[in-house]
Design a protein around this ligand. Sequence first.
Ligand SMILES: [Zn+2]
Length: 466
Amino acid sequence: MKLTIWGAAQQVTGSMHLLEIEDYKILIDCGLNYENGVELSENENFPFLPSDIDLLVLTHAHIDHSGNIPTLVKAGFEGQILCTAPTADLTQLLLTDSVSIFMRKQAKKAPKRGRVRKGNFIHQQPLYLQKHVLDTTERIVTLPFNLAFKVNENIEITFVPTGHLLGAAAAYFKIIDAGGEKTIAFSGDLGRKNYPVLNNPEYLPAVDYLVCEATYGGRLHSTDATIETTLVDVINDACVKQPGRLIIPAFSVGRTQALVFSLNQLFVKGLLPRIPVFVDSPMASQATQIFRKHHRFVSLEAQSFYSQNGDEFEFDNLQYVKELSESKEISNYFEPCIIISSAGMLEGGRIQDHLFFNIQNFYATIFFIGFCAKGTLGNRLLRGDSVVKVKGRDLSVFATIKKTDLFSGHADHAGLIDYISHTPTQKLKTVFLVHGEPEAMQALKTDLEALSYGVKIPRKGEIFEI
Ligand SMILES: [Zn+2]
């Protein structure tokens, strides 16, 4: 069989891998490539005929793994899409949100009057529309975790949970081809242990080949504080010792639910001050509904919390903000409070208003709980810029900026080594590292080679006969 790494090769976004077993073609993930400097329209250039792909296997809902599927469908893909049930629902939500983002960008960039230069206009076209999202979700067939599914007489697939996001799974294949039985797995994104709301990642059965993510290669998560102590300290400093407001930018899907559950645990223990907590993101409310719908997949900790205290995403002083008018009212609420809003990197979303009104406020704290890519407003604040542009205005930064990596959804260097080395070296022929910056991959490669594993860092389009 043949493996080609078509995406997330020496970069983080655009996951897409092609597995060819004789003339049967399986695509594993089809993510949006949104690396710095990549035009959105470049995602339309598939290096193969989309109609030639027989099956698409989706590891999880994040846009860098799912966000280009509607483009593939639009371009002629007619096969089925296999994923778990929570992934199906979260993918529909995230793809629909992508369409809104495309539309907003188009509206922002299109000239209000005068001639539209054709060349520029083409780049601003949405990559796909809502009808293509619906065409995509109609193709989804959901599979349970840890139950082998026979694709045909030679190919069997099992989804093995990876934590990371509700529904996330590694795709484990058992394949019979000319050379006999072979196993290959695609990690998708690997979560970390003891993450709020999510179960721990499960080890894969021993495999011959592993395509593994490497986002946190070379880096270790801090271990000197817990989520509980960190949240208590930040909230006390921001809202109790001073009459201030705590603004937490958070991705609506996954990160917000983890944070709300953690705050609820503080509430139950009497550690959360009686100040309002606003979740100001309609998408976060929708995602929370999906977490409730698939409650049997949340962590045992969250399930036992539920049986003792009720809904883990509700507590007395928590309020989900629906209407934009309510959101505007919060911007003018000057009592101590916690505002959780998106977008996590501060590029768009209702968080922009909250920043606009608070960034020049000495009594405001902005607390980052997620990664912010270079070129984003979040990144500029984290690197300490004293003046930033918010909603078109240059504003001085007087608010306190804080961050933690305790809510990162990825396994760190040690977690990746532990996951990979679960398969002994005699069995695992090659580890293909994807989904990481070059330095991260190199750090992981060095340590894996020291353990006698064969490791490759594929270039985009590199083909491997395995
Ligand atoms: Zn992910």
